[in-house]
Design a binder for this molecule. Structure first.
Ligand SMILES: Nc1ncnc2c1ncn2[C@@H]1O[C@H](COP(=O)(O)OP(=O)(O)OP(=O)(O)O)[C@@H](O)[C@H]1O
Length: 645
C-alpha cells in the first residue's frame, strides 16, 4: 500500500523557497504554537459554516470506517447461522448504501477543505499585498524582494497544506482513531488490548521518524533557498555571465547546488521509505497478536468468528490514521514556520501618514492655487544601514542615534525654494543629492531638522496630498507592463484630451505616434521594448499629466541620440515653466538657468548661489561646471571631481 502513495508523502514546505538563503527562511519552527494557531483561526472564522460542514463530513467518513467491519460481524454471527438469504441480501444492500454515503462524505470533505484552504489563502495574499503597498521604503531597502515574493507565494501555500491536508484531515484521523479504539474496547476489550500492545512501538518509531524528517526538512529548505537565490541572480545577470564567458563556470556551480538539493531530498525519502514498512510491520505484529489471543479466547468459547473478522479489519483501520498523523506533524511544523514569517510581515508597521485624505481634491487645489515654497531647516539624515533609525523603528526618543556612531548622509542642510523658482543640486556622486529628493517625497524622514511645504512640516501633511502636488521624474525610469495611456495615467482620472496635451507639451506625442500601436501600444515587463530616451519623454509626460506644482527632476545621464536629447532639453524647460522645481542637475542648461544652485559635498552644502556668481567665485562649482562643459583639461581634474552624478 505505501509505495504507491509515496510520491505524495514529501515534506510540504521546500517546493517554494526564497531567492535569498536567510536564517528565517530556513528555520523549521516548532510544530505547534498556540499564539500562531489562535491568529490562524481568525482567518478561518469567516468560513465557520464550511468548517462545520467539513467536520460533519469527516465524522461521517470516520463512522463509515466502522460500519464495514460491524456489518461483517453481524453477517457472520447473525445472518449466516439463520441460513436466511434474505437477511444476507439486506446486509449487502445496506453495505452498498453505506458505500454511497461514504463516497458522498469523502467528496464533501475534499471539496470543503479545499474551498476553505483556497479562501483563506486568497484573504491572506490580499492582506499581505495590501501591507506591502503601505510599508515604508526603508523596509524595502533592508528586505530583498525575493523574500517578500516568497511570503506571498510559497509561505501562503504552506498554510494551504495545513487546511487541505493537515488540520481538518488530522482532526478526522484523531476522530477515526478515537472511535475505532472505543468500539474495539466495547466489542471485546481483551482482543482490543491484544492489538494495542504494539502502540508504544508505533509511537516510538513515529517519534524517531518525525525528528529525522524534521532535520532533513530543514536541510532541504536551505538547499532550495540556495538554489533559488543562485538561479534568480544568475538569470537577472545573464548579460554579464555571457559577456564574461562565465557560462561553463556557472553551470558547474549550479550542478553542485543541484546535487546538494538531490542528496537532501534522497535522505528525506529514505526516512519515508523506512517509516512506512516499519508501520506496516507493526500493524502485522498487532494482527498476529490479535490472532493468537483470538485462538486462546475461541477455545474458551468466549469469542465469535464474526468478532475476529471484524477485528482483523478494525486493526488495519486503526493504525492507518496513526501513520497519517506523523505526516500531519510535518505539515503542521512547516505551516507554523510559514505563518510566523507571514505574521512577521503583517505586523510591520505601515509608513506614517498613509490614511487617505477625504477632501484630497480641495486640498490639492488650494496648494496649486498658492504655489509651493519648499524649505529645508537644518536637516540631518542617515540611512538605517548607516546607523540612522527610520521612523517606523523608533520606539523611544533614546533610540535616536548619537553623532559618533552615525554615517550622516546629509549634514545640517538648509535652503528655501520660492514658488515658481528652481533649485539645482550639484555635487559628486554620493554627495547626497538623491537623498534630498527622497526626503522631500517622504520616502524617508530626517532624524533632525524639518522640511516645510508652505510653512507646514511635511510630516504633518497627509502623504497623499504631498505626493499629489509633486511630479517626480526619476533617473531610473520605471514603466509597467501595459499600454502607454495606462502608464501615463497610472490610475488618475485624467481624460484623453489632457493626456494627449501633456504628451504634446513635452514632445512625447511623436514618440507615441511612432510606436506600432500608438497610445494602445503594449509595453513589456518593466516597460521593456522602448529606448532610454523614449522612456524619458514618456516619464516627463507622466509627470506633467497630473499638473504638479512642485517638479522634482533627477535627470538621466545616459547618452541619448541628439534628436531625442534636443527634445528632452525642450521638454525640461517646458516642464519647469511656472512650477517650483528641484532638479538634480546633469544638464548644463538646467544648471545655468536655475535660480539657485546648491553644491553638496559629503552631505554638506559647501557653496550656494546663482550660476554666474558661483563661476566667478572659482570654487568647487566652477571646477564641476568646467568639467561638464568639457573645458577642463584632464591634468586639471581633481580626483574627487570625477563626475557630478
Ligand atoms: N538606501 C540606502 N541605504 C544606505 N545608504 C544609502 C542608501 N542610498 C544612498 N545611500 C548612501 O548615501 C549617500 C548619498 O547617496 P545619494 O544617492 O543621495 O547620492 P547622490 O549625490 O544622489 O549620488 P549620485 O549622483 O551618484 O546619484 C551615498 O554614500 C550612498 O552610498
Amino acid at each position: 500500500m505505501w509505495p504507491t502513495r509515496f510520491p505524495g508523502r514529501m515534506p510540504p514546505g521546500p517546493r517554494g523557497g526564497s531567492t535569498g538563503a536567510h536564517a528565517d527562511d530556513e528555520s523549521a519552527g516548532s510544530a505547534y504554537d498556540a499564539r500562531l494557531v489562535r491568529r490562524l483561526l481568525a482567518y478561518v472564522r469567516p468560513y465557520r459554516v464550511l468548517v462545520a460542514a467539513a467536520l460533519g463530513c469527516i465524522a461521517i467518513t470516520a463512522g463509515m470506517q466502522l460500519a464495514g467491519p460491524l456489518l461483517t460481524r453481524w453477517v457472520i454471527d447473525t445472518a449466516f447461522p439463520t441460513r436466511d438469504v434474505g437477511l444476507v441480501v439486506q446486509a449487502a444492500m445496506a453495505f452498498a448504501g453505506l458505500l454511497v454515503v461514504q463516497f458522498a462524505s469523502s467528496y464533501g470533505e475534499t471539496v470543503l477543505t479545499a474551498v476553505i484552504g483556497q479562501r483563506v489563502m486568497r484573504d491572506l495574499r490580499q492582506e499581505l499585498f495590501t501591507r506591502l503597498q503601505q510599508l515604508p521604503i526603508s523596509y524595502f531597502d533592508r528586505t530583498p524582494v525575493g523574500r517578500l515574493v516568497t511570503r506571498v507565494t510559497s509561505d501562503v501555500e504552506a498554510l494551504n497544506e495545513l487546511f487541505t491536508a493537515g488540520v481538518v484531515a488530522g482532526i478526522g484521523d484523531l476522530f477515526t482513531l478515537g472511535t475505532i479504539g472505543v468500539v474495539m474496547l466495547f466489542i471485546d476489550w481483551q482482543l482490543a488490548l491484544a492489538a494495542f500492545v504494539v502502540i508504544p512501538l508505533v509511537l516510538l518509531v513515529s517519534r524517531v521518524f518525525q525528528n529525522k524528517v524534521r532535520s532533513s526538512y530543514r536541510v532541504i529548505r536551505t538547499r532550495v533557498a540556495q538554489l533559488n537565490a543562485y538561479l534568480g541572480e544568475r538569470l537577472s545577470g545573464i548579460r554579464i555571465v555571457q559577456l564574461f564567458g562565465r557560462e561553463a563556470g556557472e553551470i558547474a556551480r549550479f550542478e553542485t547546488l543541484n546535487q546538494g538539493h538531490l542528496d537532501a531530498q534522497l535522505k528525506s525519502i529514505t526516512y519515508y521509505a523506512l517509516y512506512f514498512p516499519a508501520i506496516e510491520f507493526l500493524t502485522t505484529l498487532a494482527l498476529a497478536s490479535l490472532l493468537v489471543t483470538s485462538g486462546v479466547l475461541v477455545e474458551r468459547e468466549a469469542l465469535t468468528v464474526g468478532t475476529v473478522a471484524a477485528f482483523l479489519q478494525l486493526v488495519r483501520r486503526f493504525f492507518q490514521p496513526l501513520q497519517d498523523l506523523s505526516e500531519k506533524y510535518n505539515i503542521l511544523q512547516a505551516a507554523m514556520a510559514a505563518s510566523e514569517r507571514i505574521f512577521g510581515l503583517l505586523d510591520t508597521p505601515p509608513a506614517p501618514g498613509l490614511t487617505p485624505t477625504p477632501d484630497l481634491a480641495q486640498r490639492v487645489a488650494r496648494v496649486r492655487a498658492e504655489g509651493i515654497t519648499i524649505t529645508f531647516e537644518n536637516v540631518w539624515f542617515a540611512y538605517e544601514s548607516g546607523g540612522g533609525i527610520s521612523e517606523d523603528r523608533v520606539q523611544q526618543p533614546t533610540d535616536l542615534p548619537s553623532d559618533t556612531e552615525v554615517r550622516w548622509v546629509l549634514k545640517d542642510v538648509s535652503f528655501t525654494v520660492a514658488p515658481g523658482h528652481s533649485l539645482a543640486l550639484v555635487g559628486h556622486t554620493g554627495a547626497g543629492k538623491t537623498t534630498i529628493v527622497n526626503l522631500l517625497l517622504r520616502f524617508h524622514d530626517p532624524q533632525r531638522g524639518r522640511i516645510l511645504m508652505n510653512g507646514e512640516d511635511i510630516r504633518d501633511i497627509p502623504v497623499d496630498v504631498l505626493r499629489s502636488v509633486m511630479g517626480y521624474v526619476q533617473q531610473d525610469i520605471f514603466l509597467f507592463a501595459g499600454d502607454i495611456a495606462a502608464n501615463l495615467r497610472l490610475g488618475s482620472p485624467i481624460d484623453d484630451v489632457a493626456l494627449h496635451a501633456a504628451a504634446a507639451r513635452v514632445g512625447a506625442d511623436r514618440v507615441i505616434d511612432r510606436l506600432p500601436g500608438g497610445w494602445a501600444h503594449e509595453l513589456g515587463e518593466r516597460g521593456g521594448g522602448i529606448s532610454v530616451g523614449e522612456r524619458q519623454l514618456l516619464a516627463f509626460a507622466r509627470a506633467i499629466a497630473s499638473d504638479p506644482s512642485l517638479l522634482i527632476l533627477d535627470e538621466a545621464t545616459s547618452a541619448v541620440d541628439s534628436t531625442i536629447e534636443a527634445q528632452i532639453q525642450q521638454a525640461v524647460s517646458t516642464l519647469m515653466q511656472g512650477r517650483t522645481t528641484v532638479a538634480i542637475a546633469h544638464r548644463l542648461s538646467t544648471i545655468v538657468d536655475a535660480d539657485e544652485i546648491l553644491v553638496l559635498h559629503h552631505g554638506e552644502v559647501v557653496e550656494r548661489g546663482a550660476h554666474r556668481a558661483l563661476v566667478a567665485a572659482g570654487g568647487m562649482y566652477e571646477r564641476l561646471f568646467r568639467l561638464q562643459a568639457g573645458t577642463i583639461v584632464p591634468s586639471e581634474r581633481l580626483p574627487s571631481a570625477a563626475a557630478s552624478g
